[in-house]
Write a protein that binds this ligand. Structure first.
Ligand SMILES: C[S@@+](CC[C@H](N)C(=O)[O-])C[C@H]1O[C@@H](n2cnc3c(N)ncnc32)[C@H](O)[C@@H]1O
Length: 250
């Protein structure tokens, strides 16, 4: 088992995620945009964690399926949402979900950067699987860490104290993907414990990956303000920690 998965099976982590609620700005914007359409749809909430997004989306979707590769997270959701008639929770891995047939879902949500915990070499498998699971005109909405944030993270940790900065540098020595569009970092966000490998990608490269996997109508939203970016030029100057992407399976 890789260390990311081990992290999400930890009881303290499960407990923390189970107490989260409230939507991030772009999630609320997505819900507002698709509220009417969701009523008749099956929605997959992938990497559902402790169910932060369950109630708002479940109450609008025709059918709601929460999936996570951590059995402990799925148990927590089952405990938290015993009485929701149109919701079910299952253990499954985003890289391969053979329990669902082609075109089974009208919308897939992979919120709060869950896709960035997948090993880099398997990221394309996830995108292909989402494409397979979506019906024509189905939408995929997810967030991913922004490679352009790295310089801001190093600067912020420098000013927050030498210990954090030096640890961040030491742990990530040799990881900076010079001249590339993505890389794995241990950003130490989890209380300086440095327990996860997290994928960071430039917005331009994220657009390219989605196009190569067959998605179109790609849009991007700011996690900090919720506003929609006006295309790749606008995104180029973004240094926020992660970005939400919305795209369509033609
Ligand atoms: C940062 S948490 C977000 C949880 C929840 N979506 C939220 O917004 O609070 C990421 C979640 O994705 C799950 N996850 C990571 N990789 C996964 C994979 N390959 N398949 C299914 N779930 C995965 C983790 O177990 C974790 O619960």
């Amino acid at each position: 088992m890789n260390r990311n998965k081990r992290y999400y099976k930890n009881s303290k982590v499960v407990d923390r995620y189970s107490r989260l609620d409230g939507l991030q700005g772009p999630e609320q914007a997505f819900l507002d945009m698709y509220r009417e359409r969701l009523t008749g749809l099956r929605l997959l909430d992938l990497g559902v964690g402790g169910g932060r997004t369950t109630l708002p989306f479940c109450s609008h979707a025709g059918e709601y399926v929460g999936v996570d590769y951590s059995q402990e997270m799925v148990h927590a959701c089952n405990r938290r949402y015993r009485d929701l008639p149109n919701a079910m929770f299952e253990v499954g891995d985003a890289r391969s979900l053979p329990q669902f047939p082609d075109g089974h879902f009208g919308a897939v949500l992979f919120s709060y950067n869950g896709i960035d915990e997948v090993p880099a070499e398997d990221r394309r498998r996830v995108l292909d699987e989402m494409h397979r699971l979506l019906a024509p005109s189905g939408v995929f909405f997810f967030s991913s860490h922004n490679l352009n944030f790295m310089s801001r993270l190093f600067a912020a940790s420098f000013w927050s104290g030498p210990r954090r900065y030096l640890m961040l540098r030491a742990i990530n020595r040799g990881r900076r993907p010079l001249g590339q569009d993505f890389g794995l970092f241990d950003d130490g966000w989890q209380n300086l414990r440095f327990r996860m490998d997290t994928y960071y990608i430039s917005p331009q490269h994220q657009f390219k990956q989605l196009q190569e996997a067959g998605f179109d109508g790609i849009r991007a939203f700011s996690v900090e303000s919720g506003r929609e970016y006006e295309g790749l030029e606008d995104l180029r100057s973004s240094v926020e920690p992660w970005i939400y992407y919305l795209c369509t399976r033609p």
